[in-house]
Design a protein around this ligand. Sequence first.
Ligand code: ADP
Ligand code: ZN
Ligand code: ZN
Length: 733
Amino acid sequence: MTNPDSQEFVEVAVPLPLRQSFTYSVPPGMQPFIRPGKRVVVPFGRKSLPGFVLGPAHMAPQGKRILPIRQVLDDEFSLSENFLSFLVWVAQYYFQPIGEVIKAALPPNLLNLRHRELYGITGKGDQAAKSFPADSLERKTLDFLRRKGGRTTLTRFLEKHPSSDLSSRIERMIEEGYIVKAEDDYESKSSIMLGFYIKFTDNQNSFCSLNPIESEALEFLRREKEIGIKQFKVKYEASTSILRKFKKNGLIKIIKKEVFRQPSWEGIENWTDGSPFTLTEAQKEAIEVIRRSLRAEKRQAFLLHGVTGSGKTEVYWQAIQEVITQGEQALMLVPEIALTSQLMGYLRSRCQDSMAVLHSGLSPGERLDEWRRIKKGHVKLVIGARSAIFAPLNRLGIIIVDEEHDPSYKQEEKVRYHARDLALVRGKMDNAGVLLGSATPSLESYFNALQGKISLLTLPARIDGRPLPEIQVTDMRREKAAGKERLILSHALEEALRQNAQKGEQALLFLNRRGFSTFALCRDCGFVYRCPNCSVSLIYHLTQESYRCHYCDYALPAQACCPKCSSPGLMLFGTGTQRLEEEIKKLFPQVPIARMDRDTMTRKLSHRRLLNSIRRGEVNLLIGTQMIAKGHDLPGVTLVGVLAADLSLNLPDFRASERTFQLLTQVAGRAGRGPLPGKVIIQTYNPDHYSIRTAQAQDYQVFFDQEAGFRKELGYPPFGRLVNFRWEGISEK
Ligand code: ADP
Ligand code: ZN
Ligand code: ZN
């Protein structure tokens, strides 16, 4: 026997940082509407809060007074049961309050409620209306309420009749029993927009003579069936008179409908001409395997390991097409907002199917409306950054994670999660295929592939047999010996940039700014302090004049000379790099230079403009942070310079070597993607480090083996698991 009370008590999650759900009773009238995922309003303390029904309460609560659910909200923002289970999994796995997880998964503001007061007129009020003078506020109010019928808010009415004492007069009418004030009623504070649409009526009986422009406009409307007035007005100059005529003759109707604010496509250009490629053998094979799995009853997860420029995007696209053909939907994650527009451009030239984008660069209104379009099932493909893993798709057929190794998939504040790992989990729950793609797979994913947990697919060569770029490593210790102090560019890189500029080709200069935490590096021998326990670099702490391990707190007092070669060249590294752009500008005053990093890319669409102008050849030299290393397909770039590989090599992180290998391979992968061959110059004080050597040889296999050995020895992931415990409080006790 199941619990006979299970219908009467439910668990509800509220959007507060509380690690529990709460039990509420369900009034009988509400019971048919209550199901897991349903959005409700519940009393909480003295307030009302929005909440989500998780499921029946496990036990009828004893002794405590259980409050009833106050209101069931409409379904627009309720969650499907499937999706709710996914969120519950996330909450449990990452030890997050379920209410907070739900909040993070929904568009902003959805959980703020607007309290509405509804008023209605009584029979007594109806009779009493005439006893008030015609222009009195009482009369107007009562007439208004009668006209409206039922329950209505008075907000608009009050706005139209500003008067200091209107509300007290309304209170009095309530006391007299002319007006009733309805119980509390809530709705989301989200702003849904309405707009006017033209609807073609196909009225065969209507004849009227039309001039050529009108005939064309009518033909246009017949084709479109329904279109926003705004869109129509852009197209036809005399739109107002045309529409008036059509309407009078019953050819069209004007209707009011919800509109969805959509992120702008402005500046997104179609970078492929849309004609399908002849696929390479490797592409064909990968696509075949994926397609077979997508048609099978139980779908699989794949790791697509394809070198830079091997045409992974085309494989993604074909996989997307397969699920769309099956009537399902695709979700594609990219690590960087800037990449959504490149991908939109790539896909738009192929696909007329509706797409939505989700990322933090959208306005709150756009984000809400994209979310609603997805929820309503209007969308076949969603492209987005990590948070798009929470896109409310109901018929998910595949989840693609491009550049799956990228650290930005990890959300490290508020609700924490790793979007790549969640893709695998959600894929399994929804029986959707999962496709992780990278030129430099994370150790975790590659290890999973070797273990047979996911299937490995490879694209071993670049398109058209284009060679991988030639990579040269410059030893900065020698440059220092040659007498340059605090140098930014080695002779080799300076010379290469000069030649590149002379030939009118394009170059990228890459600087990892994230390595800004300071560590000491010997400029003579490349020595860096490392923790004897954890093998990560020690970070300099100015206040204590010491080097410390951020993992185990091991500490060493700061010293003036290098412990390895006794040189006084031991210096804090990572400073002075901000001046880079100016320095380079001084060196090459005639070269058009642009900078791309978080500081310059703050304005909406600015990255699109910049990338477009690079593609058009208006910029010759682009200086940037990891933003430029990721996935961009810029065929004109023939030279890539990496200014200080040491910055990422010495991050205080056990993944520092992996990051360096990935960054170097990725950034090198930006060179020579077009017909002209590419060249890469990497500057470092550690030319013998295996990350740099294997990146130079572009040999993932060798890198993986070496790195896996190191991880295994120290019990780091994927051979062990790490948990970070944090306690926060006001008192140290
Ligand atoms: P990756 O993501 O593997 O680095 P991309 O998907 O960006 O590589 O592809 C690199 C370039 O090759 C793109 O400009 C793409 O349009 C082009 N491309 C992909 N597949 C083919 C093909 N089969 N034939 C010709 N060009 C292709
Ligand atoms: Zn030294
Ligand atoms: Zn340590």
